[in-house]
Design a protein around this ligand. Structure first.
Ligand code: ATP
Length: 364
C-alpha cells in the first residue's frame, strides 16, 4: 500500500490541454473516485498514475518516490479497464496466476494467492473454467482477481463496471467496496456514474474540462457543492436550477415570488435587482395541500408534465406555469397525479442554493 501524490500535473496532447493544475494527495489505503462528464480528463489522470501516459509537467509520487520517469511495470500498480481482457485459452486459476508466474513468484505462494483471491471474490467454484464459460460479471471478477493477486501498492480502476447489466453492476459494486474494506489497498477509481462515486468513495474528485472542481467526502460534496457544475452533476434526478432576480422580499422566479424570511435575507446579503441561479434538489420540494396553497404566499405553481412511479417514491417533471421552465420533484410513492394537474409547490428554503450565473460559483 502507498499514498499517491500529484503536484500540479498537466498533460497536453498537441494543442489540447487534457488536464491541468491537478494536485491532490491520496492517503495510504483510501478509496478515491475521479468523476466527471465525458472528456473531463479522468482517464488521462489514471493513465498518468499508471505510467501509460507521461505528464507534460508536474510531479507524481507513489509512496515517497518520485515516479515520473519510472516505467509502468516498475510502479507496482495494477490497473483494471472497462474492457477486461482475459486470456481465453487459460482457466480462471491460470488467468489469476499469470502475472505472478511472469514475475517468477514461487509456485507454492502462487497457489496460496490464487485460492485466497478466489475466496474473497467468490470464484472458488469457477477456478477450472475458461473465460467463455463465465458470465460478464464473473469475468470482471476474474479480471479484478488477477490484479489483486499481484498485491499491488495501488489499484487503478477505469470504469470497471460499465459493461455489466444493472443488477450485476450493483452487486459487483458492493463486492468491490467490501473487498476494499478487507484488503485496504489504495484505490483510484474512474467513473462517470455518480451513484458509483457516491457509494464507493472515501473522497470524490469532481472534474470538468481538465480541472478539479471540488474534492471532498461524498456527503459533504452533495450537501455543499462548490459550484453549479458539481451541484448539477451529483444527484439523480439532478438539482433544479432556476434563473431568478433578487428583490426586496425574495426571489422573482419567472414572475412568481419566492419570499425569503428576513433573517435569511440578512445572511444572504445579496445585491438587489441582480440575476442569480437558484438550486434546489428534487427531494427538497414539497407539494402543498389545497388549503395550504390558498394561504401560502411563498409558492411556485406548476403544471405536471410527466409522472414516474418508482414504488418507494414518485418522480414528477413539472413546468412553471409562467415560464415553462422544468422542475424535477421527488415525492412519496403513494401520490396519485396526472399530466395536466396543477400543483402548488413549497421549497425548503434551508436547502436553497444561490449561484453566480456567470461563474457558476455558489454564493450561498
Ligand atoms: P471519458 O469519460 O469519455 O472516457 P475522460 O474524462 O476519461 O472521458 P480523457 O480520456 O482523459 O477523458 O480525455 C480528456 C481530454 O483529452 C479529451 O478532450 C480527449 O479528447 C483528450 N485526449 C485524450 N487522449 C488523447 C490523445 N491520445 N490524443 C489527443 N487528445 C487526447
Amino acid at each position: 500500500m502507498a499514498k499517491v501524490r500529484l503536484e500540479d500535473i498537466k498533460r497536453r496532447f498537441n494543442n489540447v490541454t487534457a488536464i491541468e493544475d491537478i494536485s491532490f494527495e491520496i492517503p495510504d489505503g483510501e478509496f478515491w473516485v475521479l468523476v466527471g462528464p465525458s472528456g473531463c480528463g479522468k482517464s488521462t489522470i489514471l493513465r498518468t498514475i499508471a505510467g501509460l501516459e507521461s505528464a507534460t509537467s508536474g510531479k507524481l509520487f507513489i509512496g515517497d518516490s518520485l515516479v515520473n520517469n519510472v516505467p509502468a511495470r516498475q510502479r507496482d500498480v495494477a490497473m483494471v479497464f472497462q474492457n477486461y481482457a482475459l486470456y481465453p485459452h487459460m482457466t480462471v486459476a491460470q488467468n489469476i496466476a499469470f502475472g505472478l508466474q511472469m514475475r517468477k513468484v514461487d509456485s507454492k505462494i502462487i497457489q496460496e494467492r490464487v485460492v485466497n483471491v478466489a475466496r474473497s471474490l467468490s470464484l472458488e467454484q469457477l477456478l477450472n473454467r475458461k473465460p467463455k464459460q463465465l458470465s460478464g460479471g464473473q469475468q470482471q471478477r476474474v479480471a479484478l482477481g488477477r490484479a489483486i493477486a499481484r498485491e499491488p501498492q495501488v489499484f487503478l480502476l477505469d470504469e470497471p463496471l460499465s459493461n455489466l447489466d444493472a443488477q450485476l453492476r450493483d452487486d459487483t459494486r458492493a463486492e468491490l467496496k467490501q473487498l476494499h474494506q478487507e484488503l485496504g489497498i489504495t484505490t483510484i477509481y474512474v467513473t462517470h456514474d455518480q451513484v458509483e462515486a457516491m457509494t464507493l468513495a472515501d473522497k470524490i474528485v469532481v472534474l470538468n474540462r481538465g480541472r478539479i472542481q471540488q474534492i471532498g467526502d461524498p456527503q459533504n460534496i452533495y450537501a455543499r457543492p462548490a459550484n453549479q457544475m458539481v451541484a448539477a452533476f451529483l444527484g439523480n434526478p439532478p438539482m433544479n436550477i432556476l434563473p431568478a432576480i433578487y428583490k426586496d422580499d425574495g426571489f422573482d422566479v419567472s414572475g412568481q415570488l419566492l419570499a425569503i424570511p428576513s433573517y435569511m435575507q440578512d445572511n444572504l446579503r445579496l445585491p438587489q435587482g441582480q440575476n442569480f441561479n437558484l438550486g434546489i434538489r428534487p427531494e427538497h420540494i414539497f407539494i402543498n395541500e389545497p388549503q395550504q396553497a390558498a394561504e401560502n404566499q411563498n409558492q411556485l405553481v406548476v403544471e405536471v408534465k410527466v409522472v414516474e412511479p418508482l414504488g418507494r417514491e414518485t418522480l414528477i417533471r413539472a413546468a412553471l406555469v409562467k415560464s415553462a421552465a422544468l422542475l424535477n420533484i421527488q415525492t412519496s410513492g403513494n401520490v396519485r397525479l396526472h399530466p395536466g394537474d396543477r400543483l402548488s409547490l413549497q421549497l425548503d428554503l434551508n436547502e436553497l442554493f444561490v449561484f453566480d450565473p456567470k461563474t457558476g460559483i455558489r454564493i450561498s
